[in-house]
Design a protein around this ligand. Sequence first.
Ligand SMILES: Cc1cc2nc3c(=O)[nH]c(=O)nc-3n(C[C@H](O)[C@H](O)[C@H](O)COP(=O)(O)O)c2cc1C
Length: 403
Amino acid sequence: MRPFDRRRVLLGVTGGIASYKSAWLARLFGKAGAEVDVVLTAAAAEFIGRVTFEALTGRAVHTGLFDPGRALDHIKLAREAHAVVIAPATADFMARAATGQAGDLLGAVLLATKAPVLIVPAMNDAMWAHRQTVENVRHLSEALGYRVLPPDEGALAAGEGSGPGRMPEPETIFAHTGRLLEPDSPLRGKRVVVTAGPTREAIDPVRYISNRSSGKMGVAIAAAAWRRGADVVLVAGPLSVPTPTGVELREVETTEEMADAVAAELPAAAALIMAAAPADFRAATAATSKIKKKSAPSSIDLAPTRDILASTRGARAKNAVIIGFALETDDAIRGGREKLEAKSLDMVVVNDAREAGAGFGVDTNRVTLLGPNGQEEALPLLPKDAVADEILDRVETLLHERS
Ligand SMILES: Cc1cc2nc3c(=O)[nH]c(=O)nc-3n(C[C@H](O)[C@H](O)[C@H](O)COP(=O)(O)O)c2cc1C
């Protein structure tokens, strides 16, 4: 299932320059399975066309309160929405919303809805800093209970330099909307520790042993867990993808550092999902200066690194759900089952690095989920985001059974 399947999101777009980014946001909602109703203010329609949103969402775009045949749209839209997202929200719109004005369709929808509301302001930095705007934002969040996602610092409109006021990227707004949409997840408020990426073991100060892990699978799990309401700690080696919204990042380099970071987080973790590919070997002795080409040794002695999963056994919180990953190139299922038993895990996610579209670097994965009593469930080739949701569905079930 996609994260926004069977969800209806009302996207309100007001007349700010950042409204061009809202087209991408509508696309992200749609790709995640949502039905997206777009409401444009009259000013927004000066910036971005109705047709763009209609083509992206496959649905009619709403603008006027008094459009012919649409007399009760504001009530219907307000009632059917599972979440209302206003992005960008202008200073003008927030002033109106703070005083409950319903003189246009979006204002009327906001008063009529019972759905959670996310307001994403974007404006010139002086407008954002104005005392009236500050007061309006405070009122919207504290008195009226709307979630306000503050603007980023960064480049403003052409010639306006840089400062606070820039609309956060659509991916960030998307993640916050997901968190708004999932109030009943068993993961809400639970601490989830996810590991991701490779680790690096020094050969000398400039060279290292590592592997091809990009961190995409672990990052997808961390993002999905945060969207479901968890407090997520991401313990990550060097990642090739951006850190997801909302998660606390613990950056590590070596397997030893990853093991220490996991050990520190473990006592409070309701779930530990080990999607990282820590290096299994390190140089038995790392050189303290760069090894010269002409004096290079013909071989490097290897020593095993610490086994992170096995070393967590004594420190796991009671009832914690522990998930491991097994990436193999031969006899993957057998390797995964051995890991499940040797390390006392609740589930092992197995994938074969040689299979097309699976494993390191790519955006998709084909995994088999192994459980303790011989359970074996082969999932089809899926985007890593979808694999992350499949894994978290099972984590939620396990947490629920143990609660
Ligand atoms: C080129 C241009 C860019 C604008 N950008 C913003 C903006 O980023 N944020 C904002 O609050 N207002 C901005 N405004 C002002 C709003 O468009 C104006 O306040 C309008 O009344 C907002 O109407 P609405 O809130 O109904 O969409 C801009 C105006 C112009 C002409």
